[in-house]
Structures are given as structure tokens and as C-alpha cells.
Design a protein around this ligand. Structure first.
Ligand code: ADP
Ligand code: ADP
Length: 226
């Protein structure tokens, strides 16, 4: 099975001012362990497509499967990152990373060990007892990355995670993500407006068009990262 398969996926939002077709008809498949970027103009449906893959937004028609099985609502095994890391301000960095675990069951010593290991990977182990407001923007996004990986999800979904960061921090985050992704090899979807970032990080780039909002190009990035 492919890790992710979308077949003729369409999404229409009902709004007070009428129906909005957010995704016209998208079909693609992503092989296990691939890192795929999605590029496209604002409002073309990238976030909607990602939310459907995550099982957080039902498709109006079409089908999405993960490892051959239909996406399973909010129980879908996806780690997610957004532009805003939304950390809990009154909890430590370590507790923020453990938060998805604490939502499902009591936190065990093994969970703490894993959270500490992830914090080492994102270079924040020394900051594990700090509060989010003590950290820089790039550091907060690295906490969000560790949190996205804590439940060992099958896929990693990232919606413009670096867009709010300055250019230099953004480049550092790209390097950190590339390094982490090289060790975890999670199947990943990464929404970005930066073609440079997409080329640097991805095995493949899917380009969405505005109207109809569907995938208009599927580009295999022909060179490996250094
Ligand atoms: P992108 O991520 O490419 O900017 P989105 O998926 O956020 O695009 O949005 C696609 C279209 O769907 C836009 O026209 C947007 O206004 C609309 N849209 C997104 N979310 C909703 C929603 N929850 N309700 C109604 N319309 C929405
Ligand atoms: P990032 O690239 O993650 O945004 P910065 O460039 O802001 O991080 O900071 C570089 C280094 O400076 C960090 O890795 C950290 O060691 C230290 N640092 C940054 N902000 C703080 C802070 N508020 N308190 C303590 N150390 C900090």
C-alpha cells in the first residue's frame, strides 16, 4: 500500500453565503517515507486537503486511505504542525511535548524518556523545564515538532510551520527538520509558500491551482539533499 492515497477528493464547505468549493478534485498517492511539499496560491485548498488527510475534516466526496485503510476521523495517526505552535503557556516544554499522550492515558516513565529523547533531537533538552514564553519562535516550533512526534504517528502533516519566523530562523528550522526527518523517515506532507524550502526538503512537490483547486503539477525533485 501507499502510505497516503487520495482518490477524487472534493470538499465543499456550506457557508451562510453559499457553498464554497475548497478542493475541486484531488488525486495523488504518497509512498511510505516520502516527504512531499504542497505549493499553491492562498485559498486554493491546501489546508483543507491536509485536514482531510488528518481525518479532521470529512471529504464531501472521494476517498482517502492511509496504509490502505480509510482515514479514521480524529483517531487517525497523524502528527501535526501549524504556523502557530499553540503551546500551553503554563506548562513546561516537557509537559507540552507529553500533552498528546496525557490526552489519551496516564503518562508513564517510558513516555517521559521518549519526550526527553525527542527534546534532545530538536536541541531543546536543556530547556525542558522552561515555559514556552521563555523560548524564541524557532524554539517553540521545535517543541511543536517534538510534540507532533511523541505518539509515533504514521504520518507527519505540517501546514506552513515556519511562515511566522524570520528568514534566518526559518533556514535553521529547515535544516533541523531535514536532519530529524532523515532519522525518522516519517511520511510527511509539508505546506509552504517557499519554493526554495520545498526543493530543499522534498522528494516530491505537488502544486495546486486556484480554479479548479486541484493538483496541477506533480514534480519529483531530481536531486538529493547534501
Ligand atoms: P489554503 O490552505 O490553500 O490557503 P484553505 O484550505 O484554507 O486554502 O481554503 C480553501 C477555501 O475554502 C478558501 O476559499 C477558504 O476561504 C475556504 N474555507 C476554508 N475553511 C473553511 C471553513 N471552515 N468554512 C468555510 N470555508 C472555508
Ligand atoms: P532559534 O533559532 O531556535 O529561534 P535563537 O536564534 O533565537 O533560536 O537562539 C539561539 C540560541 O540562543 C538558542 O538555541 C538558545 O540556546 C539561546 N536562546 C534563545 N532564546 C533564549 C531565551 N529566551 N533564553 C535562553 N536562551 C535562549
Amino acid at each position: 500500500f501507499n502510505a497516503i492515497t487520495a482518490r477524487a477528493v472534493r470538499k465543499v464547505y456550506a457557508t451562510p453565503s453559499g457553498a464554497v468549493e475548497a478542493v475541486a478534485e484531488a488525486s495523488f498517492s504518497i509512498a511510505r517515507g516520502d516527504f512531499v511539499s504542497i505549493l499553491g496560491p492562498s485559498g486554493c485548498g491546501k489546508s483543507t486537503l491536509m485536514l482531510m488527510v488528518a481525518g479532521l475534516e470529512p471529504a464531501t466526496s472521494g476517498a482517502i486511505t492511509l496504509d490502505g485503510l480509510p482515514v479514521n476521523g480524529p483517531r487517525t495517526s497523524a502528527g501535526m504542525m501549524f504556523q502557530d505552535p499553540t503551546l500551553l503557556p503554563w506548562r513546561s516544554v516537557l509537559e507540552n511535548v507529553l500533552f498528546p499522550v496525557s490526552m489519551c492515558r496516564p503518562v508513564m516513565p517510558d513516555d517521559r524518556a521518549r519526550a526527553e529523547q525527542l527534546l534532545r533531537m530538536v536541541d531543546l533538552w536543556h530547556f525542558r523545564e522552561r515555559r514556552p514564553r521563555e523560548l524564541s519562535g524557532g524554539m517553540r516550533q521545535r517543541v511543536a515538532l517534538a510534540r507532533a512526534l511523541i505518539n509515533d504517528p504514521r504520518i507527519l502533516l505540517m501546514d506552513e510551520p515556519f511562515s511566522a519566523l524570520d528568514a534566518i530562523t526559518r533556514d535553521e528550522m529547515g535544516l533541523a527538520l531535514a536532519r530529524i526527518w532523515d532519522t525518522t523517515r516519517k511520511t510527511a506532507i509539508f505546506i509552504t509558500h517557499s519554493i526554495r524550502e520545498a526543493i530543499f526538503l522534498s522528494d516530491r512537490i505537488l502544486v495546486m491551482g486556484r480554479r479548479p483547486s486541484t493538483i496541477v503539477e506533480d514534480i519529483r525533485v531530481p536531486f538529493a539533499r547534501p
